[in-house]
Design a protein around this ligand. Structure first.
Ligand code: C2O
Ligand code: CU
Length: 503
């Protein structure tokens, strides 16, 4: 079997640099991708975030690293002999999706529907999901978006596992450490499989609280999953609005999940509070009125709405669907989308972060640009990261325990919902303005044209973690790189015999 380095050499062997005629200033790099390992990405300009390469890189994962100093992603698992508290079997099929209220489309289902079943667990539970691919011809996986699972359960084809072929199965095991709203989706050919329905919701209820629907903060608790099926805007898989019956004065927690490829707006003509973003509670959320909440692709917002004394109140979720809360027989007229946006940078009250971002061990730039090039024989206007085009993008090296800061800059004309796997990041500033509200923890962050964000996280979950744009057509066009812990290796490759194509 060829070494990883040999595979990577073969992968880039087709590289040709064409100097444009005329001014002679354009260098178009054309890369033919063969089989490659993500471990070899960033070769020659590995980014150590201000650390000298090789110096102090040996501190990784005492307890997870064997004597060799290396650990495979496959060894980074949940406690192996702990019995599962929640066990679910999810079967993926390639078939027609029935869209109630709309027309059927060709796509992917989980246990016969799309979205697939909602998984509910209690904080602290060991969740075990037996995934079966019955008929997805390209192979499929499940990624647990926003849940900081052990790396072996991250579900990224070609990095943490091989795509599960037709007839195959794979077991995902993780502890539900943080209460909140999450979702699962395939991470094999994800720009196709996610868009066509291979997804579902995950709700982790806080420990020590009564079971669903009441989680202690609300009387009724519902999921509002947004998805576009072949141009049809749906709410929980149906192309129609929903009614949630609620007693006057009671509070309904609506867990909005944006599974689409762009930003979604949430608003109401009555007051509401944003009680959580991306699975983290907002500290002392105030009432929002006359403003909309903008949710990045992949992001979640838990919104608490009070049922009115009479009739219902309408919560707009995405531009096309609503949830009517209150008297199930009443209705409420639509209200126009407010032009003013709630600024989460200054929403709620400050609280300790639990770490000091001022004493960062590593500092990285993630500058998003765009230029003409050819990837895999395909010419196009491709995304760049720190000026480099896929697969020549930087690799962000970290060691376990590091405090990491990252400056994300968007030098393009499109919004990029940036998503780091395996970690939650906290927003420190936007365009130089420091965060002043509740700690704003995210796993999906919209970075708009011209904006720059400073974020920080603690490297507390060893592995190789994808860090990409969640507009999945952008990811497949090269807006993806990785955070790699020193000492962690993967035996999996992209474009090899297993057919792994994570994006
Ligand atoms: Cu929700 Cu890498 O994805
Ligand atoms: Cu993007």
């Amino acid at each position: 079997m060829p070494s990883r380095r040999e595979l990577f050499r073969r992968a880039v062997i087709g590289t040709a640099v064409i100097t444009a005629v005329g001014a002679g200033t354009l260098a178009w790099s054309s890369t033919l991708l063969g089989e490659y390992s993500v471990m070899d990405m960033g070769d020659g300009h590995a980014d150590h975030g201000g650390h000298e390469a090789g110096a102090s890189e040996t501190s990784v994962a005492s307890g997870t690293v064997g004597g060799s100093g290396e650990v495979s992603v496959t060894a980074l698992t949940a406690e192996a002999d702990r019995p599962a508290d929640v066990h679910v079997e999810l079967v993926a099929r390639q078939e027609t999706i029935d869209v109630p209220g709309g027309r059927p489309i060709e796509g992917y289902t989980v246990n016969g529907t799309s979205p697939g079943p909602e998984i509910r667990a209690r904080q602290g539970d060991l969740v075990e999901v037996e995934f079966v691919n019955e008929s997805v011809t390209d192979g499929a996986t499940l990624h647990w978006h926003g849940i900081d699972v052990p790396n072996a359960a991250d579900g990224v084809a070609g990095i943490t596992q091989d795509a599960v072929p037709v007839g195959g199965r794979f077991t995902y095991r993780f502890e539900a450490t943080d209460a909140g709203t999450y979702w699962y989706h395939s991470h094999q050919v994800s720009h196709e499989q996610v868009e066509r329905g291979l997804l579902g919701a995950v709700v982790i209820e806080p420990a020590g609280q009564p079971a669903s629907p009441a989680d202690g903060t609300s009387d009724v608790d519902v999921v509002a999953m947004l998805h576009l099926y072949g141009g049809q805007h749906t709410l929980n898989g149906r192309a129609k609005d929903e009614h949630v019956a609620a007693e006057p004065g009671s509070t309904v927690r609506v867990r909005v999940v944006n599974t689409d490829q762009g930003t979604a707006a949430v608003w109401s003509d009555g007051p509401f509070r944003v009680v959580a973003t991306d699975g983290h509670d907002v500290n002392q959320p105030s009432e929002v009125e006359g403003q909309r909440v903008l949710m990045p692709a992949g992001g979640r917002a838990d919104v608490a709405v009070r049922a009115p004394e009479h009739g219902t109140v309408r919560l707009h979720v995405g531009g096309a669907r609503s949830i009517l809360i209150g008297d199930p027989d009443a209705t409420a007229p639509p209200s126009p989308q407010p032009s003013e946006t709630l600024d989460l940078l200054a929403y709620g009250a400050p609280a300790p972060l639990g770490f000091d971002p001022a004493s960062a061990d590593r500092t990285y730039d993630y500058v998003i640009g765009r230029r003409f090039g050819i990837i895999d024989g395909r010419p196009g206007n491709f995304w760049t990261i720190n000026g480099r085009m896929f697969p020549d993008v930087p690799m962000f090296h970290v060691a376990e325990g590091d405090v990491v800061r990252m400056r994300i800059v968007n030098d393009t004309g499109d919004v990029h919902p940036m998503h780091l796997h395996g970690h939650h990041v906290v927003v420190l500033s936007r365009d130089g303005v420091a965060a002043s509200g509740s700690p704003w923890w995210v796993d999906s962050l919209d970075v708009r044209p011209g904006e720059s964000y400073e974020i920080a996280f603690v490297a507390d979950n060893p592995g190789i973690w994808s860090d990409h744009c969640h507009t999945l057509s952008h990811a497949v066009d090269g807006l993806v790189t990785h955070v790699m812990y020193e000492g962690v290796t993967t035996p999996f490759t992209i474009n090899g015999a297993a057919g792994n194509q994570p994006e």
